[in-house]
Ligand binder design. Structure first.
Ligand code: NAP
Length: 245
């Protein structure tokens, strides 16, 4: 039987890196995309390869369609087949909306939303040809309810949810599933700017009494990608400890 495979964007750190570990250990061939954090990405790939897993590190800036197409070509050349695309790469930005420049707004959208567009367009000819495959996008609870001082981030993540739902309807007849994971506050470098006080407040506001881990999110992604998630499409699953219901 052909080994299942996944392409994970933004797999050098945080949620993407943990998802790469989990999927490799679940028997998937993993294409591990990174952009700036080459050292971390190659170290992770090397560690997983040493453990006997099939891992392919591949650099691409997801906001650049030419780099994305090259990345997908490399993945298909190496794996021959791709089963799942995980659009996880993302960037955050904090500040008052009135101070937000158009350049900063565009930068955020070019990664968080255009990145999903470029990666999905690059894999879809392969998925449609096979009448199989699935796309999992990564949004955020802030894309569901909005965050003060994170208007661009919230708007880009809300757009990812809209893209997911619409694309799921379009691709369902081709047997391609499209779902979204919208995590709550997760312990990664993305939240490195939060003060100790903010972190305590966030924990206190979370019914389950803790922040999420990258592993909590990776398990949700694995569920959607697996056979157990076969009747899910156009859905948003939000591992958030009850923070947003
Ligand atoms: P993180 O630790 O900051 O990691 C971000 C990842 O995205 C890195 O691997 C980074 O790669 C990659 N990336 C950024 N820009 C890229 C680009 N232009 N091209 C390719 N890769 C790029 O963040 P995280 O917390 O793991 O976040 C992962 C996803 O979850 C993001 O979409 C984020 O919005 C979402 N999310 C996070 C939280 C949270 O609380 N942490 C909550 C909800 C949703 P390089 O370093 O190699 O450039």
């Amino acid at each position: 039987m052909q080994q299942k495979s996944i392409l994970i964007t933004g797999a050098s750190r945080g949620i993407g890196a943990e998802t790469a570990r989990l999927f490799a250990r679940e028997g998937y061939a993993v294409a591990l995309n990174y952009n700036r954090s080459e050292k971390q990405a190659l170290a992770l790939a090397h560690q997983l390869q040493e453990e006997g897993y099939r891992v392919l590190p591949v650099r691409a800036d997801v906001s650049d369609p030419v780099q994305v197409q090259k990345m997908v070509d490399i993945v298909l050349e190496n794996f021959c087949q791709l089963d799942t695309l995980l659009c996880n790469a993302g960037v955050g930005a904090q500040g008052l909306f009135t101070d937000l420049t158009y350049d900063a707004w565009r930068t955020l959208f070019s990664v968080n939303l255009d990145g999903v567009f470029h990666c999905s367009q690059a894999v879809l000819p392969h998925f449609v040809h096979r009448k199989a495959g699935q796309i999992i996008t990564v949004s955020s609870i802030w894309g569901m309810v909005g965050a003060s001082c994170e208007v661009a981030y919230s708007a880009s993540k809300a757009a990812v949810i809209g893209l997911t739902k619409a694309l799921a309807k379009e691709l369902g007849p081709s047997n391609i599933r499209v779902n979204c994971v919208a995590p709550g506050v997760i312990e990664t470098e993305m939240n490195g700017h939060l003060s100790q006080e903010d972190l305590v407040a966030l924990r206190d506001e979370t019914p389950l009494g803790r922040m999420g881990t990258a592993h909590d999110v990776a398990e949700t992604i694995l569920f959607l990608a697996s056979e157990k998630g076969r009747f899910y499409t156009g859905q948003v699953l939000s591992p958030n400890g009850g923070f947003v219901i």
